[in-house]
Design a protein around this ligand. Sequence first.
Ligand code: XIL
Length: 448
Amino acid sequence: MRTRIRRALVVTTAGVLGAVGVLSLAGTANAASTLGASAAAKGRYFGTAVAANHLGEAQYASTLDTEFNAVTPENEMKWDAVEATRNSFNYGPADQIVSHAQGKGMKVRGHTLVWYSQLPGWVGGLGTDDLRSAMNNHITQVMTHYKGKIYAWDVVNEAFQDGSSGARRSSPFQDKLGNGYIEEAFRTARAADSGAKLCYNDYNTDGQNAKSNAVYSMVKDFKQRGVPIDCVGFQSHFNSASPVPSDYQANLQRFADLGVDVQITELDIEGSGSAQATSYGKVVNACLAVSRCAGITVWGVTDKYSWRSSGTPLLFDSNYSKKPAYDTVLSALGGTSGGGSGGGTGGATCTATYTRTDTWSDRFNGQVTVKAGSSAITGWTVPVTVTSPQRISTTWNGSPTWDGSGNVMTMKPNGNGSLAAGASTTFGFTVMTDGNTSAPTIGACTAS
Ligand code: XIL
């Protein structure tokens, strides 16, 4: 009933607004000008791997905060970082990334709980029973620490061998616990934080081949038997020896058809110029063509700090300049480049930035700053999405409308929405957390 009334109000408002309302409903308002906002307008996130020790570098942080709406700690949540000594947990660097992300309304991908690499030596030295309890304890402790703050966890990473065998990779877990360790890890993970999506993540699984077939069979079996799995991550580290496969989209689609989300989790493509740009475009278009492709994460902000720095595989060069690949990705996402915060050539543009302003045990307040670009605007619209079971209980300085689910609020000005070029205003809202403290997703600001 409430929903119907809300829908009726939306329609009436659009009618009263006349030309302006119809224009923005038809989607002809100016497109977003950052990767994150453009992806959000397509119902996706656009993230990056982040290293805690670079957050203090002004250009690193400003590029991150301007362009991306999701982060993955590059190393800070790995077993050797978090539990180098048995049962002694160090969350400092990972916490830094998570609180930065939460303050900016970014999603966080947790990476990774069970992996053969970056695994402290003591784990490999354990006997079978001890190893099983150490694995389950690690998953439970880490997920409980971050409960409610993680969008998706890479529960198990890189468990299969390369090549034609389709076999499992040797690791302490595989060798001592056997094939069942993956299922056990996912079950333990679901019990620890039922609000996080649980992913299996791997590389060289980006096209259809023996390795991806083996992962496919495992996911299919998990879905059939009710083993909790929500998503499959495709790392997508590409170079000339391992280019974007021609069946990339088809491969994502076949996994999606099993009833899981697919995510591109560690994208980087070595190269430069238009060749690199074209490859990036293929990946973005493939994700957009698969409705269950939830988002894309690139494996770093700048070539300067890439794990494959000499291959210059990222979207920003070592001076934080946008590369041709950046422009291709932005335009594939439907965004338009226009220089800086909402600057465009003559058109009405705006940007929306989020901050958390207050936190209580059961709720928090968020504030969104809406800033006009280089031209004056007469109105603006900003979508705000919260994650169920969260609910927005109050709003101020804006006029909200709601979708049927009650999770998506579209905020418009309260009365006169005019802003001079470069001027800003704010609106706010209270989110009742119901146990989930994750930040809302702020969609693209559209100006009129
Ligand atoms: C890499 C990091 O980027 C490096 O800084 C680190 O030295 C090694 O690990 N697959 C994964 C990522 O799942 O965690 C790896 O990240 C890259 C390959």
